[in-house]
Write a protein that binds this ligand. Structure first.
Ligand SMILES: *[C@@H]1O[C@H](CO)[C@@H](O)[C@H](O)[C@H]1NC(C)=O
Ligand SMILES: [Zn+2]
Length: 411
């Protein structure tokens, strides 16, 4: 990840952010227009969602058996360690029954030809549209010791582990929804589901040397190029988008998360409503007491506005477009997707964690309650986005929709 021009302005933005009022939630009809499957979770379902799987199994980096502990090793592009970690990730999704796709390729780097593999997991590959969650699995290469032991705990081991937790937790709900839709004869004019969850682990995000357009985001650049190609096979489904890239309803990119007190900003006006959904998930989970031990209701509401406490809200509410000018200033795996018109939400802490690209970005930089809070925020937002509530009604069964509505990007 690269960021330069804004660094000097961070201090003043930090002060600004604490004064901003909470952004108003978009009206449900506006949400539905952008995302026909959207359905808010009932209170009993929220309780279930939190208990769907053990957060510790995936995220407790102090336990060597946890998934996050297995990722927390130096895992540079092309290394045996990265192959081993990729195997852990792939095995996890195979066990859950997801579709596995490996995008393997080679490319020139400052150190010669290197081999890369993006990992793409899809819950229901027959669904025409995909909500994509993504992060990079590789760790940054350093030539000399001790920096060669860099494990990138926030960059991006912890975000990858959060996505593994998301898959574990939501698979039963995703399976259940798929079955209900099939029994109802499909939705949105398709035989099956209109949209599914896809989880992508990029390879080669980090620059080998100095960040340039050719020495960075190798995996994301390759995947966008590959996914831009129009399908040549005739589709039985008239309104299926013609390239894999066009099937992405939104790409959510996680990076530099897992340290306490992140500050997440909205960079893209066309996805502001989805940014608000993440913020709303934090609010609901916080008020109900699921995020932070000892804080719920009014106590949470007071705590989340304080500076210097772990429970402070992760999000800078969007207001009057003041963050929008930053959109082009943080280079990360989302850039080639944005350039091709894919709607993106970039969940990255700005300012970056203080340990960024130093040997100190290890387990000691992480905060387990913060990582668990992130995992729950992801679970709730994705469950609502895809309408996974097992007690909810299917709102889109057999309803034919105008294709233009499904890909509406208006802000
Ligand atoms: C692979 O990971 C181990 C920790 O499990 C670490 O000690 C070793 O240095 C790593 N190898 C490389 C080449 O980075
Ligand atoms: Zn990095």
């Amino acid at each position: 990840m690269l960021a330069n021009r804004w660094r000097t302005r961070l201090a003043c933005l930090l002060l600004l952010s604490s004064d901003l009022a909470l952004a108003a939630r978009p009206r449900p009809h506006a949400l539905k227009r952008r995302n026909p499957s959207y359905s808010p979770l009932s209170d009993p379902s929220l309780e279930q969602l939190v208990a769907l799987s053990s957060l510790d199994d995936a995220l407790d980096y102090n336990d060597p058996k946890s998934l996050l502990a297995k990722i927390l090793v130096p895992r540079t592009v092309g290394s045996a360690n990265l192959t081993r970690v990729q195997g852990v990730v792939e095995g996890h999704f195979r066990k859950l029954g997801w579709h596995v796709e490996k995008d393997a390729f080679d490319d020139d780097t400052p150190y010669g030809r290197k081999f890369f593999t993006n990992l793409v997991f899809t819950h229901d590959p027959s669904a025409p549209r995909r909500l994509v969650l993504s992060a990079h699995l590789d760790s940054k290469y350093f030539e000399t010791h001790p920096e060669d032991q860099f494990v990138g705990a926030t960059d991006s081991a912890a975000p990858c582990a959060m996505m593994l937790d998301l898959a574990t937790a939501l698979t039963p709900w995703l399976d259940g929804r798929k079955k209900r839709v099939q029994e109802a004869g499909g939705e949105e004019g398709f035989d099956g589901q209109g949209e599914t969850l896809q989880i992508v682990f990029f390879d080669g995000e980090e620059a080998f040397k100095e960040w340039t357009h050719t020495d960075s985001i190798y995996g994301a650049r390759h995947l966008v190029e590959k996914w831009s190609e129009t399908d040549s096979s005739p589709s039985a489904i008239r309104s299926t988008p013609r390239s894999p890239l066009r099937r992405i309803s939104h790409l959510v990119l996680l990076d530099l998360l897992g340290a306490p007190n992140p500050l997440i900003r909205n960079f893209f006006p066309n996805t502001g409503w989805l940014f608000d959904e993440f913020l709303h998930s934090e609010e609901r989970l916080g008020v109900t007491g699921y995020l932070w031990d000892g804080f719920e209701g009014q106590a949470y509401t007071e705590q989340k506005g304080k500076l210097g406490v772990r429970e402070r809200s992760f999000f800078v509410p969007r207001a009057s477009g003041q963050m929008q000018g930053w959109a082009g200033q943080i280079e990360d795996d989302h850039v080639p997707f944005v350039q091709q018109g894919v709607p993106v939400v970039h969940l990255i802490s700005v300012p970056f964690p203080s340990v960024w690209h130093t040997i100190k970005d290890d387990a000691s930089a992480l905060d387990l309650p913060t990582i668990k809070a992130w995992a729950l925020i992801l679970r709730l937002t994705v469950a609502e986005y895809l309408g996974l509530d097992p007690t909810g009604r299917l709102q889109n069964a057999n309803v034919k929709r105008n294709k233009g509505e499904l890909f509406d990007e208006a802000g």
